[in-house]
Design a protein around this ligand. Structure first.
Ligand code: XMP
Length: 489
């Protein structure tokens, strides 16, 4: 047998702080760098950034914000199947040209009741429909106000505009705008051939879509969304696939596991959506996944709230993990996602240099308004709750099988994550702007105008601990916090 001491001839594995990108001659201005990429074989993004499938990070609120700005949110799986289906539908509906869940009024309602209803629902007008759904008119604030002030009758049928301009089911944005222009109106009910209401197009909706011109959208123009699914959760996979989730993320802390791989392969074969499988961190694992996965997610223990490495003694420093997986995945043209441990935009672009096509972040987004965690104040500073999916709290809420633990044994968890807090950051928009802006500047330093070119061109240098210290702000007292740098993160 081989002497045990041979085990100590160990290969080196590196992470973000161990390396820097070597600057190169460049003709690329950061603003011109194109960050378009793929997260899976058939899903493209304009921004190579994903928000983590964690119950303090991604629900529909953040998923909508991410997709509108060209990235992708991955819904967590600490919720029932019905809830996650609802959440997917919420994202899919968010920027739809034709609103399908229309607030309607009935002709016999009082004007006052409709006024209150519109207020509650946050809409400024409503189609008036009879019991069969046929459109009889449309009522808006402008119709209602005089009736409330001086009118002596109080029925919607009196107050509504009864010459309604409607659009057919296949209306597109241009047709709708023309109708609005021609008739000086702001909303057009969409009807079937029997004049029954099937949807509504609004001017506000059209303008909103235009504002997000680099959004991640599916073939029908709806926002894209990812969904985390347990390796053995065929029902959840089928349910979210049915409502057009774009990418399923088979979510497991250690996907290089026989049962996980067998089940994931079966699950992937049964759904329409692309299926990304993870997490892994070695060549051998990647070799197995390229056979059936549409994307591979990398990260064994790099996360800010992860304790996998200290609890289990196992893990793989992230830059090496990404490079090993990318070696294999790139030969099969399968995208790689670097998941966890990214604190700064520099880390994100290093992950891409190491072979990733996109990056996934948890803590970076957990402090934003769009994330679901609670805001707490400690020592006069605001934070948001952020916890590992392998923390006791998150596992008690249902996520135990990510760690291949039985979700029913609620008392005897061996956690692999902590429950924590992260500084409150306000809207995700500025966070994403800083992250992507820093990544583009990184592309500029390497002289690469696109992500594929950057991946080819980027080279690393090794950094000593003295070099790391030199790289951070040092020997000064920071007086004004920068929007993209905090020394203690
Ligand atoms: P960051 O560093 O962005 O990492 O906050 C987010 C990623 O961490 C993973 N994750 C965990 N890993 N124990 C772990 O070992 C946990 O409790 C845990 N929760 C999340 C996950 O891959 C996530 O995307």
């Amino acid at each position: 047998a081989e002497p045990f001491s041979e085990k100590l001839r160990v290969p080196e594995a590196l992470t973000f702080d161990d390396v820097l990108l070597r600057p190169k001659e460049s003709r690329v201005e950061p603003d011109d760098a194109d960050t378009a990429t793929r997260v899976s074989t058939s899903v493209e993004l304009t921004v190579p950034v994903l928000s983590a499938a964690m119950d303090t990070v991604t629900e529909s609120g953040l998923a909508i914000a991410m997709a509108r700005r060209g990235g992708l949110g991955v819904l967590h799986r600490n919720m029932d199947i019905d809830e996650v289906v609802d959440e997917v539908e919420r994202v899919k509906r968010a920027d739809e040209l034709i609103i399908r869940e229309v607030v309607t009024a009935s002709p016999d309602q009082t004007v006052r009741a409709v006024d209150e209803m519109m207020d509650e629902e946050g809409v400024s007008g409503a189609p008036v429909v009879d019991d069969d759904g046929e459109v009889l008119g449309i009522i808006s604030g402008t119709d209602i106000r005089p009736y409330l002030e001086v009118g002596d009758r109080d029925e919607v049928r009196e107050a509504m505009t009864d010459e309604v301009i409607t659009a057919p089911q296949d209306v597109d944005a241009r047709d709708a705008l023309e109708l609005m222009y021609e008739h000086k109106i702001e909303r057009v009910p969409v009807v079937d051939t029997e004049d029954r209401l099937t949807g509504l197009v609004t001017m506000q909706g059209i303008l909103q879509r235009r504002e997000y011109d680099t959004a991640a959208r599916d073939a029908d123009g709806r926002l894209r969304v990812g969904v985390a699914v347990g390796p053995f959760e065929q029902d959840r996979a089928a349910a979210v696939d049915e409502v057009n989730a774009d990418v399923l993320f088979i979510d497991c802390a250690h996907a290089h596991n026989r049962n996980v791989i067998d089940s994931a392969r079966e699950l992937a074969a049964g759904v329409e959506a692309d299926v990304v499988v993870g997490n892994v961190g070695t060549r051998e694992a990647a070799q197995e996944l390229v056979e059936f996965a549409d994307g591979i997610k990398v990260g064994i223990g790099p996360g800010s709230i992860c304790t996998t490495r200290v609890v289990t003694g196992s893990g793989m420093p992230q830059i090496t993990a990404v490079a090993q997986v990318a070696d294999v995945a790139s030969q099969h043209d399968i995208p790689v996602i670097a998941d966890g441990g990214i604190r700064y935009s520099g880390d994100a672009i290093k992950a891409i240099a190491a072979g990733a096509d996109a990056v996934m972040l948890g803590s970076y987004f957990a402090g934003t308004d769009e994330a679901p965690g609670r805001v707490v104040t400690m020592n006069g500073k605001r934070y948001k709750q952020y916890r590992g999916m392998g923390s006791v709290g998150a596992m008690q809420s249902g996520g135990g099988d990510r760690y291949l633990k039985d979700a029913d044994e609620d008392e005897d968890f061996v956690p692999e994550g902590v429950e924590a807090a992260t500084p409150y950051k306000g809207s995700v928009e500025s966070e994403l702007f800083q992250l992507v802006g820093g990544m583009k500047s990184g592309m500029g330093y390497v002289g690469a105008g696109t992500i594929p070119e950057f991946k080819r061109r980027a080279e690393f240098v090794r950094v000593s601990s003295a070099g790391q210290t030199e790289g951070h702000a040092h020997d000064v007292v920071i007086t004004d916090e920068a929007p993209n740098y905090s020394p203690d993160s």
